[in-house]
Design a protein. Structure first.
Length: 410
């Protein structure tokens, strides 16, 4: 399977010239298509998509996703603030943190955001400070699934969620508290391409949910749906998967005796394929059989290849029909920051523009100022085809502005 950008090479090159490099470019139409795919796949009376905005939380992106009928799931006070700034109503925002200070829960509750809780002490504190609050409990299904060890957040030893052996204790606790348990939640992991793991995890969480069937309003099944990263890769068959899960969920609602809202929390599934990172080649060097291509970027802009050993397809936009040769594509940091190893790419020359694909998820949101390097600009290609700057590139002055520059007296 050939992998080509949804935006033409000529258009991407024009953005590189107009907005400078490195540059993140996002395609709004691809995001809309992914949302439509999910809506068509799941067929239950009450259904909601809550976008996991940790994947990409630029305000213009959140606005576009909300306009497609989705809510937003957040994991920090900062993400709640961004969602509110984007114009998302509080009742369309959920808060699913892990190990945060109580102040963050307080902020969420006081701003009308629905919270997910997975720790006993938080429940007891919340009952004292905010009695009667409607909350969702997050459970750990104890199922190992995900494209990388670090992405397997539903495993039994994961830090996330209430563990299997705590269910009875949580039930006894909530029975004596005034908090209203209106939902149960789970998230299995990321980049999961087979339905077997979901089947096991969903069966577990639906069984647990029966403990609170009298007050239950929603089941949040998380996300983690796989999308393709390389030419021979595959995505989850979302149509058949959605049909199967919808049938199971309808049966659950029949057992409960009323319709319950089914929520899913896709992040990467919505935005990964919509994003591209454009990088300028600063130089090349021949090393035996493999060429070396230096780009003016690094894991300060895109961490996934280095952190997760993730494959991201790379195209040479400037020389798409050149002779194919193997290259190591490396960054400009004073660290090992290899984007690709022995990757077949059309001949790379100094000044060429390379396009790293699937850069929409966990790219900009995981970026940093390491080596005092500014973050790139972001451009959104709207559904009318117009490319709009949605976040300008940082400057060194932006970085220095937060440094108080304290000088100790001599």
């Amino acid at each position: 399977m050939a992998m080509t950008p949804s935006i033409s090479s000529e258009t991407l090159l024009s953005y590189a010239k107009q907005f400078g490099l490195p540059l993140f470019v996002y395609d709004a139409q691809t995001i809309s298509t992914q949302i439509a795919n999910l809506k068509n796949a799941f067929n239950v009376p009450l259904f909601e998509i809550r976008y996991a905005c940790k994947a990409l939380n630029t305000i213009a992106i959140l606005r576009h996703i909300y306009q497609q009928g989705c809510g937003i799931d957040t994991v920090s006070m900062g993400e709640i603030q961004i969602a509110l700034q984007a114009g998302i109503p509080p009742d369309k925002i959920s808060f699913t943190p892990s190990g945060v200070l109580l102040e963050e829960y307080a902020y969420a509750i006081e701003h009308g955001v629905h919270v997910h809780v997975d720790q006993l002490h938080v429940l007891e504190w919340m009952n004292e400070k905010y009695p009667g609050t409607e909350i969702t409990l997050r459970f750990n299904p104890g199922v190992i699934a995900g494209g990388h060890l670090k992405l397997q957040v539903g495993a039994e030893d994961s830090k996330f969620g209430i563990h299997i052996n705590q269910v009875e204790k949580i039930k006894a606790l909530t029975d004596r508290l005034s908090l209203k348990i209106v939902g149960v939640h789970m998230h299995l992991g990321s980049d999961i391409g087979k339905s077997d793991s979901f089947d096991e995890a969903y069966a577990y969480v639906l069984k647990v949910a029966m403990q609170w069937k009298q007050t239950l309003k929603q089941i949040d099944l998380g996300g983690g749906f796989k999308i393709p990263y390389h030419p021979d890769d595959h995505s989850i068959d979302i149509e058949s998967f959605g049909h199967k899960i919808s049938a199971r969920f309808k049966s659950f609602c029949e057992e409960i005796g009323r319709d319950i809202t089914m929520i899913i929390e896709p992040g990467k599934y919505l935005v990964s394929q919509a994003g591209y990172l454009l990088m300028e080649v600063s130089g090349t060097r021949d090393i035996q059989q493999t060429g070396l291509a230096y780009v003016a970027s690094g894991f300060n802009h895109f961490l996934r290849p280095m952190n997760y050993d993730a494959y991201h397809h790379i195209l040479n936009l400037s020389n798409p029909h050149g002779e194919i040769s193997p290259y190591d594509v490396v960054g400009y940091l004073c660290e090992t920051d290899t984007f690709a190893h022995e990757r077949p790419i059309s001949k790379i020359r100094k000044g060429d523009v390379l396009c790293l694909m699937n850069a929409g998820a966990y790219g900009f949101t995981m970026s940093s100022n390491y080596n005092t390097r500014p973050r790139p600009a972001e451009v959104l290609v709207q559904e009318n085809g117009e490319g709009v700057l949605i976040k300008r590139a940082e400057t060194i002055d932006d970085i220095l502005r937060t440094d108080l520059g304290y000088q100790s007296p001599l």
